[in-house]
Design a protein around this ligand. Structure first.
Ligand SMILES: C[S@@+](CC[C@H](N)C(=O)[O-])C[C@H]1O[C@@H](n2cnc3c(N)ncnc32)[C@H](O)[C@@H]1O
Length: 290
C-alpha cells in the first residue's frame, strides 16, 4: 500500500526510538503519571458505554496496563488482551492476556472484541487513519471502539506562558522526529464515522495543572525525555525548558493543560438480508472465539 503523504513525514524514527525509548530509565513511571491523571476518566467512560461482565476487550498500546487491569478488576469483564510493541512495563496478573505486536503491521489481526480501546497511541502513529480503519474491523457487531489522545487547546489568543512556549516546541519536536500529530485528534469522531461506526460521540477532559499533580509531573518528565527534539525546533532553549518546569511546580501556574479527547463509536449489529437482526454477540467475537 502506498503511504499517505503524512506517513512519509517522520525523519528519523518512531515512538520508542528517537523519543520515549523504553530502555531509558523512568519511562514506565512517565507512562504511569499519565495513567494516574486519566484512568478514572477512562474507566467512567468505558462503564457508561456498558463495558462490564461478559465483554471481551482489546487494549491497544497498553503501556503499563493500568486500564487493562482495571477492566478486569473493577468492570469485571470476561477477558482483556493487552497489546504493545514493547511489553517490558506491562504489569501482569492472572486473567490478563498479553501480546507483543506492532498495531501498524498489515497482518495485525488478534480477533474480534466487544471493546477495542487505544489511549495515547494513535497520535504517535503516522499511519493513524489506516489504523483506525483496521481497529474498527476488530470490533465485533454491537461492540465499541474507544480512542483517547491528547488535544491541544491553545489558539492565537492563548496568553503566552512558559508552559505554552514549551508545549509548542514539544508538539513540533515530536512531529519532526517520530511523526506524532495531535492536530488530527479533533477529527476522530469524523474518522470513526468514516470507518462505518454509528452512535459516534466525543468528550474532552482537561486535568488541572496543580503543582506536584500527576499531570504536571507527566509533562515535566515528557519534556525531559523530548528535550533534544524540542531544542532542535529552535522554538525554545534550555533556559526556557527549565523555566517551564519551575512554572509548572509553582502557584503562579495559570496555564491550561492539553486535554484528553475520547471519541467512540459502535459497530452496527449484523442484519442478515432476509431476516431479523441477530442478537448481540455476547461472546464478543466470531473469528478468534474471544
Ligand atoms: C504513551 S503510552 C500509553 C500507554 C497506555 N495506553 C496508557 O494510556 O497509559 C503509548 C504506548 O503505545 C505503545 N505503542 C507505540 N506504538 C505502538 C505500535 N505501533 N504498536 C503497538 N504499541 C505501540 C508504546 O510502546 C507505549 O506503551
Amino acid at each position: 500500500m502506498t503511504p499517505a503523504p503524512h506517513e512519509d513525514a517522520r525523519s528519523d524514527g518512531r515512538y520508542g526510538q528517537a523519543v520515549f525509548r523504553p530502555d531509558q530509565e523512568g519511562e514506565g513511571a512517565r507512562i504511569d503519571f499519565g495513567a494516574l491523571a486519566y484512568d478514572d476518566i477512562t474507566m467512567t467512560r468505558l462503564r457508561a458505554l456498558g463495558v462490564g461482565p461478559g465483554w471481551h476487550c482489546l487494549d491497544v498500546g497498553a503501556g503499563t496496563g493500568t486500564v487493562s487491569r482495571r477492566l478486569l478488576d473493577e468492570a469485571g469483564v470476561a477477558s482483556v488482551l493487552a497489546v504493545d510493541r514493547d511489553l517490558r512495563f506491562l504489569t501482569r496478573r492472572p486473567g490478563l492476556d498479553v501480546l507483543e505486536a506492532d498495531v501498524t503491521a498489515p497482518d495485525f489481526d488478534p480477533g474480534r472484541f466487544r471493546l477495542v480501546h487505544a489511549r495515547f497511541v494513535l497520535m504517535h502513529l503516522p499511519e493513524r487513519d489506516r489504523v483506525i480503519t483496521a481497529l474498527a474491523e476488530l470490533v465485533a457487531p454491537g461492540g465499541v471502539l474507544v480512542l483517547s489522545d491528547a488535544v491541544d487547546l491553545t489558539s492565537d489568543r492563548t496568553p503566552g506562558t512558559p508552559y505554552t512556549a514549551v508545549m509548542r516546541a514539544l508538539w513540533q519536536g515530536l512531529r519532526d522526529t517520530i511523526g506524532t500529530d495531535v492536530s488530527w485528534v479533533p477529527s476522530y469522531p469524523h474518522l470513526l464515522r468514516g470507518a462505518g461506526l454509528v452512535s459516534v460521540a466525543a468528550e474532552i477532559h482537561v486535568p488541572p495543572l496543580l503543582p506536584g499533580s500527576p499531570i504536571s509531573r507527566f509533562w515535566a518528565d515528557t519534556w525531559q525525555r523530548s528535550r533534544a527534539a524540542m531544542l532542535a525546533t529552535g522554538l525554545v532553549d534550555e533556559a526556557a525548558i527549565e523555566e517551564a518546569v519551575r512554572y509548572l511546580d509553582s502557584d503562579e501556574c495559570a496555564a491550561l493543560s492539553a486535554g484528553m479527547l475520547t471519541a467512540w463509536g459502535r459497530k452496527p449489529e449484523s442484519v442478515p438480508p432476509d431476516g431479523p437482526p441477530t442478537a448481540p454477540d455476547q461472546s464478543g467475537g466470531d473469528r478468534a472465539a474471544r
